[in-house]
Ligand binder design. Structure first.
Ligand code: MG
Length: 445
């Protein structure tokens, strides 16, 4: 079991994230990737600069050559790392977590985020003090690269029919949540000829505008702004821009599941290949893949597992229900900015609510149960019980059972003390009943 690594990097409050800790972690990563050029990016958090100095120091000490990208969205950093073919990437970002959190995400030379399984090897270097420190005459210098956002936006625009979008003069409201995406959003809106209205656009690590996670409650201001301004589309990002959610022209919040399925449909119209998603994603994803004669492959919940599988099977896209879509032509990371550009392109043809209406319809119900570290073994026991009852179980992550037109999953959260229960069916009543039935069965295990 890893001591520090979670599903995607090392997250924690500042009592964990001393500069000494960040520096050791970066030096261990630099040793693990065997040196070379390493891109370093950060989000808007107040702690970013302190941690960045420590990360750079750790990297330099093991002979790496840091390339500083500055405050940029995570997908921008992942794109630049991919296009420069650097040996590694460290993103200093706690994504959508509260302001007092800090975190490092690590990406290897293949563009794969370092999962908890692989993070164990990095922790071992720290524990055994096995850093490969460079000799005085082998130490490199840091470089600064100022054009990360421009490069990323230019790359996105190669995949969008900007001429067609410009003719429509779409009106957008974008809530960047005091995060990293505003510069890229402005460039994209200008190139696509959209009228841009912004909310919480100043980059500010105190996050005065709203909580960083783009949940329906957190983006209430966006919902009303879309209506008041009569906009064609509302958009909200999380702090580091890998996640995105949309609000339709009627001011209705659209859950991330639907965004992923819409993007899947857009992508499969253009090219053929397998699609990757987590076991906790809507059946609509499977229906769309089947409609286009393509395979849908499930992974565990967590970005690194999606990226690994896409690379392994040459997937054309991957995504998960929190509003995350991977566009492998740009990088193996979740890219909210590319997603925004492709959805805006689609809205130039049809209102967003109509695009969503055309997708297979499912209703879901989520509930959770507090549970300590024993939650993992409880879920395994539950799997055995369900099997004994004769159901066929998908156990890639937790226990998923599929029925005709419905399914449910029981999962132990990797990062929080919860067991999550999620059900999907054709009506909200059926979804709720199924989730509650699973909750009851789980409690009786
Ligand atoms: Mg994020």
């Amino acid at each position: 079991m890893p001591k520090f690594f979670g599903t995607n990097g090392v997250r924690g409050r500042l009592d964990l994230y001393t500069p000494e800790f960040a520096s050791s972690l970066a030096a261990a990563f630099g040793t693990w990737i065997k040196g070379g050029k390493v891109c370093v990016a950060r989000d808007t958090r107040t702690t970013g600069e302190t941690i960045q100095h420590a990360v750079v120091s750790g990297l330099l000490s093991v002979g790496c050559e840091p390339i500083l990208l500055g405050i940029v969205p995570s997908p921008t950093a992942e794109f630049v790392h991919h296009s420069m073919k650097t040996n590694g990437l460290i993103i200093i970002t706690a994504s959508h977590n509260p302001p007092d959190w800090a975190a490092l995400k690590f990406v290897d030379a293949k563009g794969l985020p370092v999962s908890s399984e692989r993070g164990v090897e990095i922790e071992e270097i720290m524990e055994k003090n096995a850093f490969k420190r460079a000799a005085w005459d082998q130490i490199k210098t840091e470089r600064v690269y100022h054009f990360a956002v421009r490069d990323h936006v230019e790359a996105i625009l190669k995949h969008v029919n900007a001429e067609k979008v410009r003719k429509r003069k779409l009106k957008l409201v974008v809530d960047t949540g005091n995060g990293t995406t505003i510069a890229a959003v402005q460039m994209l809106a200008e190139k696509l000829g959209c009228e841009l209205n912004t909310l919480n656009s100043q980059m500010d690590g105190h996050f005065p505008g709203r909580n960083s996670e783009p949940t329906k409650e957190n983006v209430a201001g966006l919902l009303s702004a879309v209506k008041t301004l009569g906009a064609d589309l509302g958009v909200a990002f999380d702090g580091d821009g890998d996640r995105i959610i949309f609000v339709d022209e009627n001011g209705e919040y659209v859950i991330g599941d639907k965004t992923f399925v819409l993007c899947e449909e857009i992508i499969l119209r253009g090219k053929k290949g397998p699609v990757v998603t987590t076991v906790a994603t809507t059946n609509a994803a499977r229906e769309i893949a089947q409609k286009h004669g393509q395979k849908l492959v499930y992974t565990k919940v967590g970005a690194p597992y999606l990226s690994e599988k896409i690379r392994e099977i040459k997937g054309v896209t991957g995504g998960e229900e929190v509003g995350a879509v991977i566009w492998p032509e740009l990088s193996l990371g979740k890219d909210g900015l590319m997603t925004m550009a492709k959805v805006v392109e689609a809205v130039a043809e049809k209102p967003f609510s109509k695009l969503i209406d055309a997708l297979p319809k499912y209703c879901n119900y989520k509930t959770k149960l507090e549970a300590g570290p024993e939650r993992f073994s409880q879920v395994s026991k539950f799997a055995e019980k369900i099997r004994r009852e004769g159901a066929s179980v998908i156990d890639i992550d937790g226990v998923r059972v599929d029925y005709k037109d419905a399914w449910a999953i029981v999962r132990a959260s990797g990062t929080e003390n919860y067991v999550r229960i999620f059900a999907e069916a054709k009506t909200p009543e059926k979804a709720e009943a199924l989730a509650k039935e699973f909750l009851k069965k789980f409690r009786e295990t």
